[in-house]
Ligand binder design. Structure first.
Ligand code: NCD
Ligand code: ZN
Length: 349
């Protein structure tokens, strides 16, 4: 039986690092296991312009632990006022790797997102022209649509028409949670990929709601029925190049989550790689973990895979149940089992 697994160092193609004290508290967890990450721009206020992204990038670099080998891949938060020329300049200088589309009101800090999609047509056309990917939070926000249907309805009503209006636009469907998301990606040969989170490979909606409400499993898009979790597991472990890891690790303090209207987000950065090795082994797909975590993402973004490696070794190790921040503890995602693997080494190239 395999006792050790060495992968090209993984990247995280969807990560929330926040800012200030929270940034300093959570960044070491990601920098320990990942070489690069796509950094979500949903700060307050959001990262909207090239100069916002440059300043945020500087703050992230300053917060890195001594000797860390980690590159933040910056994104801009698309608003109806986004200037195509600013996006193009930020891309040309190498500062940004993607633009993020949040439908207005869809999730944490998305109030400045897009309500009228015709207003972003010019930016999207510019992005298609220069080959800059659009990362999409794929949920409609119409209060009449049941929260468990929001992703499937988004694909039909928003995403498919948008992709037809902007041929050639590279799109990443972020954190897909449904079999409809998987099928939509598989039906489209080019210019479309999807990230899948660690937690959506583990939990379904029963984990959140059955036998008591568990706020630490509440995230957006919300976990769906078991059949959808199974569809995500099959996609992630298939080796199909259109599916790759985006943890959506989204730290909130316990006081912010444990209240009558608690925040959405699971903090998975510290134990993601151990959990993934456990899941891929369970599914007889350890040989596909490198594709999912380390190869498919860079290929879609047009970047080389990392030259360095990360080694996982069989055997469990304790993961702290939480990390401390100035504003309170942040609970680490509990997969409900003890991962049978741990990260044991990381080499530089
Ligand atoms: C994210 C956050 O907290 O910023 N929350 C989450 O549940 N995933 C926002 C997001 O990606 O939807
Ligand atoms: Zn997210």
């Amino acid at each position: 039986m395999t006792q050790e697994l060495t992968l090209r160092t993984p990247d995280d193609w969807h990560l929330h690092l926040r800012d200030g004290a929270m940034l300093r508290a959570v960044l070491p967890s990601t920098a320990a296991h990942f070489a690069r990450a796509i950094i979500m721009p949903n700060l307050v206020p959001p990262v909207v312009t090239g100069s916002d992204a440059a300043a945020y990038r500087t703050r992230i670099i300053a917060a890195l632990p001594e000797g860390a080998d980690f590159t933040p891949l910056m994104t801009l938060y698309l608003t109806e006022a986004t200037d195509p020329a600013d996006v193009a300049a930020a891309h040309a200088s190498g500062l940004i790797s993607a633009v993020k589309l949040y439908p207005a009101g869809a999730t944490t800090n998305s109030a400045s997102g897009v309500a009228d999609f015709t207003r972003v047509q010019g930016v999207l056309e510019k992005m298609a022209e220069i080959g800059l990917p659009l990362c999409v939070h794929g949920e409609v926000t119409d209060p009449d649509i049941d929260i468990f249907d929001r992703e499937a309805v988004f694909i039909d009503r928003v995403l498919d028409p948008l992709r037809k209006r902007v041929p050639g636009l590279k799109v990443v469907m972020e954190h897909i949670t449904t079999s409809q998301g998987v099928e939509y990606v598989k039906a489209n040969a080019t210019d479309l990929a999807a990230t899948i989170t660690t937690h959506h490979l583990v939990i379904n909606r029963n984990h959140i709601l059955a036998g008591g409400i568990r706020p630490h499993y509440y995230c957006l898009p919300v976990a769906k029925r078991e059949e959808h979790r199974v569809a995500l597991r099959i996609a992630a472990t298939s080796g199909d190049a259109r599916f790759f890891l985006g943890t959506d690790s989204a730290p909130h303090t316990d006081p912010a989550k444990l209240q009558p209207c608690g925040c959405a987000g699971c903090f998975t950065a510290p134990n993601t790689m151990a959990i993934l090795a456990h899941l891929f082994e369970q599914d007889g797909a350890l040989d596909k973990l490198e594709a999912f975590a380390s190869l498919n993402g860079p290929a879609f973004y047009g970047l080389p895979p990392n030259n360095s490696t990360l080694t996982l070794t069989k055997g469990s190790r304790d993961t702290p149940s939480h990390i401390d921040t100035q504003d309170g503890p942040v609970t680490v995602f509990d997969p409900g089992f003890v991962p049978g693997w741990h990260v044991s080494a990381r080499s530089s190239c």
